[in-house]
Design a protein around this ligand. Sequence first.
Ligand code: SF4
Ligand code: SF4
Length: 273
Amino acid sequence: MVRTIGITGGKGGTGKSTIATALAYELAKDSKVLLVDADVDCPNDHLLLSIERKQLQTVEQRIPKWDFGKCIRCGLCSTVCRTNAIVSIKGKKPIFMKQQCNGCGSCVLKCPENAICWDKKDIGQVFIGYGHGIDFLSGELKSNEPISEFVVNSLNDLISEKSADYDYVIIDTAAGTHCPVIAALEMCDIVYAVTEPTPLGKHDLGFILELLKKMNIKSHIILNRSDIGDKTIIQNFAEKYDIDIIAEIPYSKEIIDQYSNGIPVKLDLGSIL
Ligand code: SF4
Ligand code: SF4
C-alpha cells in the first residue's frame, strides 16, 4: 500500500527540498517512488536532482467575461469583488484586471442583467520527469498569478490518479501555513516538519505544528543544520508538542557542494527510512 509522506516547514530555507529529494533518492533504490514538488511558487527539486522536466498539462482558472451589449453600467459587480479586480466608474463599462481575480463568482451572481459569463485563463503548468529511479511531478505558478492553490489541486488530482502505482509518494510542500500548503498536506499520511535550531526556526515551527495538530496528521520534526545553534530550543519545543525529533542533520560543506551542483544529496536520515 502506498505511503504518502509530506516534507514541510514553517519557514523557507530550512532545507526542506534537500531532504525531500534525498529521501526520494534513498527510497527509490529499492522501492517505487513518486516525488511531487508542490512548492509551486518556487519549484526547485528538479534542479537539485538534475531532472529535465517536460510539460504535462496547463492549469486553468475560471475568470468572468463581460457582454457589454447587456451591461447597463450599474457598477454592482465591482461592489462584491473582494480582490478589487473590477473597477467601475459611473456610466462607464467596468474595467477588469484578470491578474487579481480568484474566480470566486460573486460578480457573476450579482449582475442583474446576466451580462457576465465564464471564461478561463492559464495560471500555471504541471511538469513530469524521471531521474535516479524517481518518477517526478512538479507544479509551477505563472508569475503575477496570485492563487497557487489551484496548481496544487491539479497535482493532488494526479497523485490520486497515480499513487496506487507506487510504494511511496513524497510531497515537498511550500513553506508556511497558507492554503496551498494545507492543500498539499491533506494528501499525506505522515509529515516531517523541517526546522533549524534558531529562534526564528522555533517561531515558524510553532505555526506548522499547530496546523498539523489541527489537521490531525501524524508528524515528526527533522532538525537540519543541527549544530549551528542551540538545539535545546527545538528539543524543548518538541517536548511541549509531544513530537519527536526523528533525525538530526549537521551542517556539512559536502552537502552544500552536492546541492549546488545538482547532485542528489546523501543524508543520514536515521529512522525515517
Ligand atoms: S470572479 Fe470574484 S474575484 Fe473575479 S472579478 Fe468576479 S468577484 Fe472579483
Ligand atoms: S453588474 Fe452587470 S450590468 Fe452592472 S456594471 Fe456589472 S456587468 Fe454591467
